[in-house]
Design a protein around this ligand. Sequence first.
Ligand code: UT7
Length: 324
Amino acid sequence: MIRSAICGIGSALPKKKMLNSELEGIVETSDAWIVQRTGIRQRYIAGEGETTVSLGTAAAKAALDNAGLTVADIDCIILATATPNHTFPASAVEIQNALGMSHGFAFDVQAVCSGFIFALTTADLYLKGGMAKRILVIGAETFSRILDWNDRSTCVLFGDGAGAVILEAIESANGDNSDRGILVCKQRSDGAFVDKLYVDGGPSTTQTTGHLRMEGREVFKHAVGMITDVVDDCFSATGISPSELDWFVPHQANKRIIDASAKKLGIADEKVVITVDQHGNTSAASVPLALAVAVNDGRIKKGDLVMLEAMGGGFTWGAILIRW
Ligand code: UT7
């Protein structure tokens, strides 16, 4: 039996860090409001020449270095993004070219903030289906470019960045939960909520890129229930209990949503990886960025049980349980 295990991880952030205090000069807001309502203290904003492709490429190179591999070892690139460099071709193909890779195949996955979960699930199935041996899975975004910088209810929430992992097919040692790799993936969507979080432009409608629009309170209302449902599904499918979990790496949208989800799931605070204070909400990049932080600082170690989850526009939502 094949398992998909992460054998390398990397991340990249834009050079410019933007503190909450800087936003006070752009819209009517305050550091105190942003910290109290969201937990965000700062975010990174892409400058000239920094794009989803450049950040994704930098994260991919870091993941390859971390794994001790080169592009020759990679069969496929899957990029999760809602902010591609161009309407087409897929930014994954541009990253493939920037990495100097002319073999294999690359494509984008669009599930907004859940994009990395959907991309990792897709990669897991490609590996288990025997279509590839190693897949570079990237979450990269430049949400700063689709924000309405006059809308205080959204522009204070998001940031830019990228995270990448290399997922590798390995032979399962025991065929049970003690094996390294992805143990289970769950994903969901419900288009009935399309108008709660969307971009008001597109090639087939306005022929413009458009700006992000969100009914924040409505998203908040559904987030905890949707997140806890898929995480509970992962626990039930494997027979693993929340107390056995070593690390919970949630989508980093709002500290209050993360805290409420962890509490409802019975996951202790000290097992929750929080980076929303540092990065803001980086959509599809948020989970791999948080993972990279917790791996690099030594918290996540080989053999640990790690639960990833995300929820966002669509709505889309999903979770993945991994034996690291
Ligand atoms: O990644 C995809 C998923 N996205 C999310 O998970 C986001 C989910 N939603 C949220 O995180 C929260 O709903 C927000 C952080 C967006 C808003 O927090 P809230 O506690 O739901 O606030 P609210 O929207 O109910 O607004 C409370 C007040 C309003 O004023 P009134 O009507 O009470 O007078 C807003 O106008 O806060 C006001 N407000 C602000 N004040 C200062 C909204 N934005 C700001 C701001 N600064 N930036």
